[in-house]
Design a protein around this ligand. Sequence first.
Ligand SMILES: Nc1ncnc2c1ncn2[C@@H]1O[C@H](COP(=O)(O)OP(=O)(O)O)[C@@H](O)[C@H]1O
Ligand SMILES: O=P(O)(O)O[C@H]1O[C@H](CO)[C@@H](O[C@H]2O[C@H](CO)[C@@H](O)[C@H](O)[C@H]2O)[C@H](O)[C@H]1O
Length: 467
Amino acid sequence: MAETVTPFGTTSTHAHLLASLDPLLREWLPRQRWFAGKGRPVTGFTPVAVTELLPPDGRLGLYHLLVRVHQPPALGAPAHPGDCYQLLIGVREALPPRLAPALIGHVADGPLAGRTVYEALHDTRPAEVLLEALRARARVGGLRFERDPHHEIREGLVPRLMTAEQSNSSVVYGDTFILKLLRRVVPGVNPDLEIPLALAREGCPRVPAPTAWLHAEQAGEPDGAYVLAVLQPYVSGAADGWELALRELAKGEDFTAEARALGRATAEVHTALARALPTVTLGHTQLRLLVDGMTERLAAAVRAVPALLPYERGLRSAYEALATLAAEGRTWTAQRIHGDLHLGQCLRSPSGQWSLIDFEGEPARPLAERRMAQPPVRDIAGMLRSFDYAAHSAAAPAADWARSCRAAYCSGYAEVAGRDPRTDPVLLRAHETDKAVYEVVYEARHRPDWLPVPLSAIRRLAASEPI
Ligand SMILES: Nc1ncnc2c1ncn2[C@@H]1O[C@H](COP(=O)(O)OP(=O)(O)O)[C@@H](O)[C@H]1O
Ligand SMILES: O=P(O)(O)O[C@H]1O[C@H](CO)[C@@H](O[C@H]2O[C@H](CO)[C@@H](O)[C@H](O)[C@H]2O)[C@H](O)[C@H]1O
């Protein structure tokens, strides 16, 4: 592995390299599923760090890039220095046909003139380089490849890039490990590493324990290093809760036993997290902040998706009911939670054990918010929404199916946690409303065809009808 070109800060080498990639990245980046700035033009790039992992003068070059992407701010949003993205850029004379889908483009000038650059995670050797660096706990420039000393990484594991639509990118190594490369990165502690490590310390078996991870040190940033990637054991042969639910729905089969098991698994994770990380009591002031946050998110959502406008007043009443309880002196306990729990984040192993994955939280929210203690009902609301999503994505309406799954999930949760979320309906409804509002914005931005699914829940929630 070669040394870093020059680790951090803008040098003329970085500037030249990035300038030569600029026109190609402007065209390629917005087409990536994980690119969060869709809908706004890319106007330029600034290097945060450029690290050479394989020298470009050989048959295959490999660069690790952290780049700040400049875009005009979204309508009404304040000016922003631009999001930072992690890219792995391969360099070859020409691409073999198997790598055609990975093409970024042909470089016209600069240090790589005449070469072809491509998304290196599609390629075997670059993916192997990452695993080797984690095994060796390598330091390359500002990149720190870390490994839990209690875990070994076997040699010879064959990599394959996952093709699923994701917010990040994942490479599976020989069905033994999965490496998740975070795409939009921010400095500071990342819950996708922090929470699984805390759960591993607690001995909670519901979350695959991190084996290794990648950090980038960064000069002059007060918030610490960037977390760039996490390697975990791969649950081989697993199906996710979303696929399973849709499969059972299509067959007209009952899913309540699995829903109950998922409720139990969620409660096990919450219980372990409440032991592992601090909990706080939410009194009137904190509750006010929570309700204000929900109200502001609703207002922003209405601006982004005008179809929400007729429901705004009805939805707001769910938040006001919660504020009223707080004003009467009710308090709630908050703790660290999953933060974006839905059926797709639950994996069932071939032996029937459920695991929870992806503790990143809602990707669009600021890191500090994603790391805050929150009422655990937020995760429960996410799962309840997910049963509703599944029922509304099925060919035939399946309201009863969703209702029985939601009830079974809450019962399973209560069996382990000792409290049933349905006994606090105002708290639950406010969180389900907040989640459905989030989903409307998410779908409008990423999958407009899906918009009717959360909108149907919005209609019911706004009318205070049973979900
Ligand atoms: N430990 C694991 N074992 C098996 N598959 C996994 C594991 N972790 C993630 N996956 C698969 O990878 C997909 C993406 O992982 P996830 O952490 O949700 O990434 P993203 O944040 O990009 O959505 C999951 O939907 C799941 O199919
Ligand atoms: O899995 P991610 O962390 O990328 O989460 C985002 O994408 C999800 C969709 O892939 C989205 O989830 C919504 O759709 C799911 C069905 O595809 C459904 O099970 C969820 O209940 C629904 O929220 C998630 O909200 C978003 O953050």
